[in-house]
Design a protein around this ligand. Structure first.
Ligand SMILES: Cc1ncc(COP(=O)(O)O)c(C=O)c1O
Length: 415
C-alpha cells in the first residue's frame, strides 16, 4: 500500500533502482544523504568499493586516516591491545592512557589532558573550562569569542560556537555566551575587548576547515596570544582537523611558535580509531576538578594504544615533513595548471589541507571525482577540499593533481 502512494511514485522518478534498494532496506538514519558507494576496504592511500573499483583517497575519512588505510603499525597496536584490555573505566589508571597523556603534552608543550571520543566532545570540554575559568574571575555570564565561518562540531556547545546556519537551524534555543567576530580580524577582537568586559576566552581554528580552508595572516595566532595574555583571556585552539600532522607540523599552531591555553584535537589522533583530547596549560590548568567532567569511554586503553601508535609513527617516520612536501607538490601542480582557468577563484593550503575555491557552487564535483576514481570533498558550497593521507607519494600527488585538473577544466567549460 505504501508503495502505491503518490509520494513514492514521484520519488521513484528521481532515484535509480540501486539507490531505491539502499533507501528502502537501510535502517541507518539518513543524516548524510544518499551514499553513492559502499566501501569494502583500503590500503595506504587507496580505497576499494564492493564492486572492486579502486579510488585514490584525497579525503582520508575527513582528515582522519593521516597514515592511510590499514597501516600495519596501527593494526598491530589495536590487535595486541585488544587481546589484553579494551576497557576498564576511568576509575582506574592504565599505562596506555598515562603514556599517551605524557606524549601528547610533551609534543604540544601543554600540561594536562582530558580524553574523550570525538572532536565535538573535546570542544565541549574546552567550552566548560572557559566558563569555569570565567566564573572564577567573576565574569557572569562568561562570554567566549568565536569567528565567522567557524565549525566546531555537532553537540549543543559546538553548534552554538559554529557559524553556519545549516548546522543550527531547527535546534534553537542554542547556548548563549558566544560573541562572533570575522576570522583573521584582530581589530574586531580589540573592539570587542573594549566593549565587553565579560569575555573569558577566544576559541578559533588555526586554519578553518569546513568553513572553506581559510588561512589567517602569519601573525594572527601570535597577536591573538598577546591580546589574550593582556586581557587575561584563554587562547583556545580547535586543532580537531588541523592537528596530528595535517598542516605539516604536529599541531598547526607550532608554525606560529605560540603556546595556547587550551588545545582540542581528535580526527587524525587515532588514525580512524575514535578518540578526542582536550589539552590545557597555564590558567586553564586544573580548572576541571574530580566530578566536574567525565566520559565513560574516554581514554580507554584500546583507543590510547591506537593513538600512541599513530603519534609514534608520525614522529618516527617524519610524516609531518612528508605532509609538507606532498602538499607543496599538489599546490604547485594545481597553481601551474589552473592559473588561467576562469572558474578557479583561489588555490590555498598548508601541508595536506588544501582548498580550491570556485566561482560557483560545485557540490557535484564529489560525484564527478568518484566517476574518475578519486575521492575529494566540497565544503562551503564552492570550495573543493583536499585532505589526502599525509603519507602520499609524489606519484600519488601528481596523479591526484592530473585528474583534478581535468575535472576542473571540464567544469569550467560547462558554465
Ligand atoms: C575544526 C573541527 N572541530 C570539530 C569538529 C567535530 O569533530 P567530530 O565530528 O569528531 O565531533 C570538526 C569536524 O569536522 C572540525 O573540523
Amino acid at each position: 500500500m505504501y508503495l502505491k502512494s503518490g509520494f513514492v511514485s514521484s520519488f521513484l522518478l528521481h532515484i535509480t533502482q540501486s539507490e531505491l534498494a539502499i533507501k528502502l532496506m537501510n535502517n541507518v538514519m539518513n543524516t548524510y544523504g544518499t551514499r553513492e558507494l559502499s566501501i569494502s576496504h583500503g590500503s595506504g592511500s587507496w580505497l576499494w568499493d564492493t564492486e572492486d573499483n579502486k579510488y585514490l583517497d584525497a579525503l582520508s575519512g575527513i582528515a582522519v586516516c593521516g597514515l592511510g588505510h590499514a597501516h600495519p603499525n596501527i593494526t598491530k597496536a589495536i590487535l595486541e591491545q585488544s587481546k589484553k584490555l579494551v576497557h576498564c573505566s576511568n576509575f582506574f589508571s592504565t599505562s596506555k592512557q598515562d603514556e599517551l597523556a605524557r606524549k601528547l603534552c610533551e609534543i604540544a608543550k601543554m600540561s594536562e589532558v582530558f580524553f574523550c571520543n570525538s572532536g565535538a566532545e573535546a570542544n565541549e570540554t574546552a567550552v566548560k573550562i572557559a566558563r569555569m575559568y570565567g566564573k572564577k574571575r567573576g565574569l557572569v555570564p562568561p562570554n567566549i569569542l568565536v569567528t565567522n565561518d567557524a565549525f566546531h562540531g555537532r553537540t549543543y556547545a559546538a553548534i552554538s560556537a559554529s557559524s553556519a546556519t545549516k548546522v543550527k537551524a531547527g535546534f534553537e534555543p542554542l547556548l548563549d555566551g558566544f560573541l562572533r567576530v570575522p576570522f583573521n580580524d584582530l581589530d574586531a577582537i580589540k573592539m570587542m575587548a573594549k566593549n565587553d568586559k565579560n569575555i573569558c576566552a577566544v576559541f578559533v581554528e588555526p586554519i578553518q576547515g569546513e568553513g572553506g580552508i581559510h588561512i589567517p595572516n602569519n601573525d594572527y595566532l601570535k597577536d591573538l596570544r598577546s591580546i589574550c595574555s593582556e586581557e587575561g583571556w584563554l587562547l583556545m585552539l580547535d586543532e580537531v582537523q588541523t592537528g596530528n600532522g595535517r598542516t605539516g607540523n604536529y599541531f598547526c599552531y607550532q608554525e606560529s611558535d605560540v603556546v595556547p591555553d587550551v588545545v582540542t584535537t581528535s580526527k587524525g589522533l587515532g588514525n580512524g580509531f575514535p578518540i578526542g583530547a582536550c589539552l590545557t596549560a597555564g590558567f586553564a590548568k586544573q580548572i576541571l576538578k574530580p566530578g566536574s567532567h567525565g566520559s565513560t569511554f574516554g581514554g580507554n586503553p584500546l583507543a590510547c594504544a591506537a593513538a600512541l601508535a599513530t603519534i609514534n609513527t608520525i614522529i618516527n617516520e617524519n610524516i609531518c615533513e612528508n605532509a609538507r612536501k606532498v602538499g607543496e607538490r599538489i599546490l604547485m601542480n594545481l597553481r601551474g595548471s589552473l592559473g588561467n582557468i576562469s572558474c578557479v577563484k583561489s588555490i590555498r593550503g598548508r601541508g595536506c589541507m588544501i582548498g580550491i575555491e570556485m566561482n560557483r557552487p560545485c557540490k557535484e564535483l564529489f560525484s564527478v571525482g568518484l566517476r574518475n576514481n578519486i575521492i575529494i570533498n566540497v565544503t562551503s558550497e564552492t570550495v573543493i577540499r583536499l585532505l589526502p593521507p599525509l603519507t602520499y607519494t609524489m606519484q600519488e600527488s601528481d596523479h591526484l593533481s592530473e585528474v583534478l585538473v581535468k575535472i576542473i577544466k571540464e567544469f569550467d567549460l560547462e558554465k
